[in-house]
Design a protein around this ligand. Structure first.
Ligand code: AHM
Ligand code: MG
Length: 331
């Protein structure tokens, strides 16, 4: 049976031409990134630090190379008005945009980069926002105030298979990169949902002493297992790569937690709102899960900085619900 291509799926979802052009361009960039990641050990692109080439120039790290590739590709898309990348301080303007271009693309070109050296799972996360303004120069506040107007979101995962999880509104669909066809093909009907119940959590346990009291209470109950109030045993996973940990939740259920911490520089956790938390929240909600930041839905956050960090709790709705109650009652 012929598998549906990403292009045909997007068409069927009723996405605008502008959004569709962006998604297909990102998919093509990430097909390139999958190859770059695959060849990285032989190309000398892994290792503890940047190396210098024969001319004495500092060679680009994998996250800079992948960033440059995505930026260059998206600059050719006329519906892209501006971009925000984890690797670039300022909003990136697109001088090739059409007069009525009103879409901003926010992305983390290579998330989980501490996994590069150990051949662990890494990924690309993206979000497409509809701006209220189509002015020539898009400001940080233009992008930030569009954060609730997400038109599409997704992530690519560079693991044993290269997968894409994407949503342009209602459904979440999973695609796999076909090596032979060099394009993304739909896996399993295209309606991914997250199990409502689960008995698995993902958190970096080494920060336990810095957690807020809601998280501390929740994990304490999970660890008590059958002996505790929850009356069931829990499993734990932490890949140190958001795409890997969140993808596991899409497949098996669970809850992913990167909380605020009582630690200098980690008061709002680690994950960035525009290109990590917000797109993941859209995907998780569209798959029937929940995504909160303390007691607020992530997608309702009004961030003030394009690289703002926010606490993140997302995954199976019954577990996130328990955490939401803890936040409402303990802080
Ligand atoms: P990065 O954007 O610098 O790669 O950081 C984000 C990553 C996430 O993928 C992952 O969930 C988290 O950092 C892990 O952080 P920690 O090493 O503190 O457990
Ligand atoms: Mg990141």
């Amino acid at each position: 049976l012929q598998k549906q291509t990403l292009k045909d799926w997007i068409k069927g979802q009723g996405a605008s031409k502008g959004v569709s052009d962006i998604l297909l361009t990102i998919a093509s960039s990430c097909t390139g990134i999958a190859k770059i990641v695959n060849d990285a050990p032989l190309d000398g692109l892994i290792g503890a630090s940047s190396q210098t080439n024969v001319q004495g120039e500092v060679q680009k790290d994998l996250d800079i190379i992948t960033n440059d590739l995505m930026v260059a590709d998206l600059l050719t898309v006329s519906s892209v008005s501006a971009m925000v990348s984890e690797e670039i301080d300022e909003v990136i303007q697109n001088s090739n945009k059409s007069e009525n271009a009103n879409l901003a693309v926010c992305f983390d070109p290579l998330d989980g980069s501490s996994n590069i050296d150990n051949n662990g799972i890494i990924g690309t996360i993206f979000s497409v926002l509809e701006l209220a303004s189509n002015s020539k120069n898009i400001t940080s506040s233009d992008v930030l105030s569009a954060s609730r107007n997400q038109k599409a979101a997704g992530y690519f995962i560079y693991g044993p298979a290269c997968l894409l999880m994407v949503s342009v509104g209602n459904k979440v669909a999973m695609f796999a990169l076909s090596e032979k066809q060099q394009q993304f093909l739909l896996v399993d009907g295209g309606d991914v949902s997250i199990a409502k119940q689960s008995n698995e959590f993902a958190i970096n346990m080494s920060y336990q002493r810095f957690w807020d009291s809601a998280i501390a209470k929740y994990i304490e109950q999970c660890l008590l297992g059958e002996q505790g109030k929850r009356k069931k045993n829990f499993n734990m996973r932490w890949a140190g790569s958001m795409v890997a940990d969140v993808h596991r939740i899409f497949m098996h259920g669970g809850v992913f937690i990167y909380p605020s911490m009582d630690k200098k520089g980690s008061e709002n956790g680690k994950l960035r709102f525009l290109y990590e938390a917000n797109p993941m929240a859209m995907l998780v909600e569209n798959a029937g899960g929940m995504a909160i930041s303390n007691s607020l839905p992530i997608r309702e956050i009004r961030a003030t900085n394009i690289h703002q960090r926010v606490p993140v709790v997302l995954g199976s709705s019954q577990e996130v619900e328990i955490l939401l109650n803890l936040y409402q009652n303990t802080q």
